[in-house]
Design a protein around this ligand. Sequence first.
Ligand SMILES: Nc1ncnc2c1ncn2[C@@H]1O[C@H](COP(=O)(O)OP(=O)(O)OP(=O)(O)O)[C@@H](O)[C@H]1O
Ligand SMILES: [Mg+2]
Length: 366
Amino acid sequence: MGKVSELYHQYVAQGRIGADAAQQAILPQLDRVIAELAALPPPAKPRSGWRGLFGGGQAGPVTGARGLYLWGGVGRGKSMLMDLLAACSPVPTRRVHFHEFMQEIQMRLEAARKRGDQDIVRPVALEVAAQVRLLCFDEMQITDIADAMIVGRLFQVLFEQGVTVVTTSNRAPEDLYKNGLNRQLFLPFIALIGERLEVVCLDSATDHRQGRDPGGQVWFVPADAVAHAALDAIWNDLTGGALPERGEIRMNSRSFALDALSGRVGRAEFWALCGQPLGAADYLELARRVDALLMDGVPRLGMSNYNEAKRFVTLIDALYEARVRLFASAADEPEQLYNEGEGSFEFERTASRLREMQDAAWGNKG
Ligand SMILES: Nc1ncnc2c1ncn2[C@@H]1O[C@H](COP(=O)(O)OP(=O)(O)OP(=O)(O)O)[C@@H](O)[C@H]1O
Ligand SMILES: [Mg+2]
């Protein structure tokens, strides 16, 4: 616990990070959230006995601190700052990747639906609110209609329950779910964000993922026979020469196959992973299951293979979050893979991450 700014300056003094003026400029906002959280009254204990039963023991309205919506370009340090904030939090806190959180919510909603609840989102939101006072969402991005519909109601109940929300995003709130289907239904959520969260732009000039110490080669261009052989050699090295036998990634009621799986090392063609209808849940499971992934034949991406490209973005987010090591053969360098058309904005984050994942210090989960 303590101030975020103190922790930040401690990290700078220890040489763990460099001083970044734009990051420092928003530290007072992070300190403010912590101070407000520290000043909140302790949560009222649920009353037992008849007063609780008949609602006579209802506490007054609960309020949280005013949260943050931290947005800006890739690699600027939003997630890092949010992690510092979470580390300083004086209240029960959960830091979670937005994709993963929505996955969990979808599962809980399924249970509520089976119970036949009327307002299915409310009980699920109450369950979440009962466990935490501060929710830190990394990378809020709304790409499908199902999430867009749920998230507004969910946040409404979380705020009503006094949960403080801090979130990072690459987009300004008004650009969330941009051009999405039935976007007008999503607008009240954008208004709610503006009302309940302080919107802060991290306007740094530096993508901290660039210019790092490159480790051994992990990204092979072009995806030819030489690259294939290089990945074969990496496979042998990582698995101790295991036979490349097919392996299943299983989850709940479904599964998908990798061309090869040995221990916690997997290998698959780009098309096997991104050319079939797999989604965030599948990639999160894959990321949990392997420490290293070898991927053959990442093509140039764009409008002609838009769906595959979108899946690739989701896959890299999942691998990055779980710190999986990625070795790939590809048509070009990350920054040149997806240069124009819809989706190239989202791809900037992917390219920035692929760079960081080439870093010598990029390790697996250890
Ligand atoms: N001031 C800094 N000095 C050195 N490294 C930093 C600094 N700020 C952030 N980093 C590092 O740069 C990398 C990118 O930072 P971070 O993941 O927080 O960026 P981000 O803004 O969340 O990017 P994205 O939009 O892609 O999620 C991380 O490894 C982080 O630890
Ligand atoms: Mg981030």
